[in-house]
Design a protein around this ligand. Sequence first.
Ligand SMILES: Nc1ncnc2c1ncn2[C@@H]1O[C@H](COP(=O)(O)OP(=O)(O)O)[C@@H](O)[C@H]1O
Ligand SMILES: Nc1ccn([C@@H]2O[C@H](COP(=O)(O)O)[C@@H](O)[C@H]2O)c(=O)n1
Length: 216
Amino acid sequence: MPIQGPSDTTTIIAIAGASASGKSLLASSIYQQLAPKLGSQQLAVIAEDAYYRDQSHLPMEQRVLTDYDQPSAFEHDLLVEHLAVLKSGGSVEVPQYDFRRHTRRSKALSIVSPRVVMVEGILLLSVPALRDCFDVRIFVDTPLDLCLLRRIRRDTEERGRSLHSVIEQYERTVRPAYHQHIAPARQHADLVVTEGGQNTVAIDLITTKIRQLIEC
Ligand SMILES: Nc1ncnc2c1ncn2[C@@H]1O[C@H](COP(=O)(O)OP(=O)(O)O)[C@@H](O)[C@H]1O
Ligand SMILES: Nc1ccn([C@@H]2O[C@H](COP(=O)(O)O)[C@@H](O)[C@H]2O)c(=O)n1
């Protein structure tokens, strides 16, 4: 049986914010700081991106047209279900996503009864049913011009995109959805972090809080 926290449940933390604001980097920095003390098997990071809907039944020309910045693009019901299972100490099979093919990979990843789960994603605080799943809610607040520059670099280097497609998608869906869904959800955060994964003071505060929550 895994050792559980004071309330015998898993601590679940949301890291929300704009695309390329530094959510994954922040989650990974917190993970690196907690892993030596807690043991890496007690920690899990889940990307909301993993819950983008499977589109393997659609031709590629149609997949590129999907609006990936609206809640309808995600299988949020499945994420909520998985977080409830993890909360009560259970294990789940998290889907894996392929950004180059705009669909899920065939294999899932097992997450086995961690004590702390960090979930990072653009809409975690925007959807009420999801928002309620978290013990701690963090919003990464990075100026949009920096997010765009980072997204251009990341998507052209790692996600198989052309500069033209990144700019077209940014204007068509990313920027409007930021103003429609992401920015208004900042008010639901317990903590707003500037400088994302490089804010060492915020990382120290968050890891201290997590250790308090699980009495480590
Ligand atoms: N503070 C920072 N300074 C410089 N580059 C950063 C910073 N934070 C993130 N990045 C880079 O920007 C890109 C997007 O960051 P990432 O953490 O993947 O964003 P998100 O998970 O919010 O989409 C990555 O290539 C990452 O290395
Ligand atoms: N097939 C897809 C799926 C999603 N996106 C974009 O990803 C962004 C969210 O992921 P981050 O890691 O950047 O937070 C979102 O803004 C989608 O536009 C995509 O381009 N292709």
